[in-house]
Design a protein around this ligand. Structure first.
Ligand code: NAD
Length: 468
């Protein structure tokens, strides 16, 4: 078992690039940025290790994944502290650092246990054909800074289970979390099955252009996803792209505002709004609009924001200055566009840390930038509607489609609206919850390819038909 300080000293490079705690501005640690030669080395090493890893077969690889989950659980406290200091999310309360580390173990175990048998397609007098799923080779995994450990596990657990080896390129904002996680995993995995190449966008680009990589799993913004697709073209490298979203929630007139308020709140403000499939624009029917706004304000008042190592806090800072400026700019646009700030919207610039207060803005027209652009932070726009047809049209009116939700006390009305919302996942009376058994992925410019479940295993495999 590693303490937080053991973990940090194992991964930190004193002469490397410093990482600052987004809550305090203090130095957390520093990391070494991979050179092109080190990236080549990593790809060569995992490629050399891949045949033996694939040769172990599913049962042995699954055992390794369970051991990896045990290692994560044994080091959970140290990992959660590292994650909190680097990413900003509170250690314990709410769906935060301890929850994310727990999710890593849960996804490793679930990915270990999905059955994946060959599918018999034809077996009659005309012949026999079966469809198998075989390893692709080397997977390059490029990730963001919002859920750095969990998203890395989403990418690597399925890949390893399928017999691939993996090179991870973490976000330059949160490399220590991924290095710490990989350090723990590599204490139980065979050598060179998993390597990490920390660095910025140029290391990501080099990995996505690398001909030694067979498949890229990318989670991040739509613009970077488009760049990666271009880089991958020459090598015909396979892609799974989990990109940005701007998820709509449609609240129907029959809801009980107080009963849904807390779930609406967490749907929008989980991880201080820095979540791909968070609720990012809320459409509320005029009959319940004011009551929903009041109930949301009441919940928001009870959710303390602050340094994640202080026990009472459930919301943390934004992870970086760039994201803080995006959120602050969009709230200014909302104020200038006629928005009525119900709570928040008044950041205190003289304090350390990238804290932007929990903000709810009503009375916004649907074309305001806080509605049309992804805020990725703690500011939720609320748009009033009178006709559900208009709400559906507004919800579907953007070119992204990661998640969406509908809120109603009538199952049939909810299902009728859910059928018409354009998104990879539509939740009813909740928003953003993911489950390792349920495939997840976007449509439109939110990307393509599925993660999780058996579909997630197939996404990191080559299909192969044997026919006689
Ligand atoms: P980003 O696109 O800026 O960066 C993501 C990663 O790509 C980083 O590791 C970065 O170094 C790397 N990168 C940058 N330029 C590159 C290039 N040219 N080639 C290869 N790699 C490159 O995204 P971010 O700001 O870290 O994350 C926030 C975004 O991610 C939001 O839009 C959010 O919605 C999205 N996101 C999506 C999901 C999902 O599952 N769909 C999950 C989390 C976040």
């Amino acid at each position: 078992m590693n303490t937080f300080h053991d973990l940090l000293s194992a991964i930190t490079d004193p002469s490397g690039r410093e990482i600052l705690d987004p809550a305090t501005g203090e130095v957390v640690g520093s990391f070494h940025e991979s050179t092109p030669a080190e990236l080549d080395d990593a790809v060569t090493a995992v490629r050399a290790a891949q045949p033996a890893w694939a040769g172990l077969g599913h049962a042995k690889r699954s055992e390794y994944l369970h051991r990896a989950a045990d290692a994560v659980e044994a080091n959970a406290e140290a990992l959660a502290e590292l994650l909190s200091r680097e990413q900003g999310k509170p250690v314990k309360n709410g769906p935060n650092a301890a929850f994310e580390v727990g999710g890593c173990a849960a996804w490793l175990r679930a990915s270990a246990d999905f059955p994946l048998e060959p599918e018999v397609l034809v077996d009659d007098e005309t012949g026999y054909a079966e469809l198998q799923y075989v390893p692709l080779g080397v997977v390059g995994a490029i990730g963001p800074w919002n859920w750095p450990m969990m998203i890395t596990v989403w990418q690597l657990a399925a890949s390893l289970r399928m017999g691939n080896t993996v090179v991870v390129k973490p976000s330059e904002y949160t490399p220590l979390s991924v290095l710490g996680l990989a350090h723990v995993l590599n204490q139980v995995l065979p050598a060179d099955v998993l390597r990490v190449v920390p660095g910025g966008g140029e290391v990501g680009r080099a990995l996505s252009e690398h001909r030694g990589v067979d498949k890229l799993m990318f989670t991040g913004s739509t613009a970077t996803g488009q760049a990666i697709m271009r880089s991958a073209a020459d090598g015909l490298t396979r892609l799974t792209l989990e990109l940005g979203g701007n998820d709509a929630g449609v609240v129907l007139p029959d809801v009980d505002p107080r009963a849904v308020a807390e779930d609406l709140f967490w749907g929008a403000f989980i991880n201080t709004g820095q979540t791909c499939a968070a609720l990012k624009r809320l459409y509320v029917h005029e009959d319940v609009h004011d009551a929903v706004c009041d109930a949301l304000v009441e919940v928001a008042r009870q959710m303390p924001m602050g340094n994640g190592r202080e026990e009472q806090n459930v919301l943390g800072p934004l992870q970086n200055r760039q994201q803080y400026d995006i959120v602050a700019g969009l709230v200014e646009d909302a104020k200038n566009g006629g928005g009525r700030v119900l709570i928040g919207g008044d950041p205190q610039e003289d304090q350390p840390g990238y804290f932007y207060p929990t903000t709810l803005v009503a009375d916004l027209p649907n074309d305001n930038p806080l509605v049309t652009q992804e805020q990725f932070g703690p500011a939720l726009p609320i748009v009033k509607y009178a006709d559900v047809e208009d709400a559906i049209a507004m919800a579907n009116g953007l070119d992204v489609g990661l998640g969406a939700s509908v809120w109603s006390s009538d199952a049939e009305s909810a299902m009728a609206v859910a059928q018409r919302l354009e998104a990879g996942t539509v939740w009813i009376n909740k928003h953003g919850g993911v489950d390792p058994r349920i495939p997840f992925g976007g449509i439109k410019k939110s990307g393509f390819g599925l993660e999780f479940g058996v579909e997630g295993l197939k996404s990191v495999a080559a299909s192969k038909v044997i026919s006689r």
